[in-house]
Design a protein around this ligand. Structure first.
Ligand code: ROI
Length: 162
């Protein structure tokens, strides 16, 4: 199998978000045929969507992986569940852990459970700014350079956590 560089978005706004992201980072690094290449700073961001929920902590992780996109997705969903994620009916409600495949090499993927590049990533400050920190010159298929997307994206209250 060939190795692909994938970027994963991490988010949490329940149950000590910084600890959730730390645990998720370890779990992702421990996945079969997967190694960590980079991890951004942590960022605090006001909730996008319903406002009656806590602020989020967000980060982006780069990995080299031999897992297929769908196997990577299922592995990330397992980690979400292991860290206590409960899927509720509310679409944009609070969550202990959200792991999204943002990019998988330069592939464009559109299958029932997985759309890559992640929809909305080009306009979400809490995705673009951490991604830019670890991969400023990466190309988002069909959207352009991360750094160009950042230039068009307001911070929306995003703050790097010292
Ligand atoms: N808002 C922020 N700031 N960060 C997130 O990770 C995040 N994730 C979500 C929704 C509910 C859309 N809002 C978010 O899934």
């Amino acid at each position: 199998m060939t190795k692909v560089t994938a970027y994963i978005g991490l988010g949490s706004n329940l149950a000590t978000p910084q600890e959730q992201l730390k645990a998720a980072r370890l779990a992702i690094s421990a996945l079969k045929d997967t190694e960590e290449l980079g991890f951004s700073s942590l960022y605090r961001s006001p909730p996008m969507g319903p406002q009656d929920q806590p602020d989020y902590v967000n980060a982006v992780m780069a990995v080299n992986t031999e897992l297929s996109p769908i196997t990577l997705l299922r592995s990330l969903q397992k980690i979400e569940l292991e860290q206590g994620r409960v899927r509720k009916d509310e679409q944009w409600g609070p969550r202990t852990l959200d792991l999204d495949i943002l990019l998988y090499g330069s592939e464009v993927i559109n299958i029932p459970d997985l759309i890559v590049p992640h929809y909305g990533m080009a306009v979400r400050a809490f995705v673009l700014y951490p991604l830019q920190e670890i991969a400023p010159s990466v190309l988002i298929p069909e959207l352009g350079l991360v750094s160009d997307c950042v230039d068009k994206c307001p911070l929306d209250g995003l703050e790097r956590i010292a």
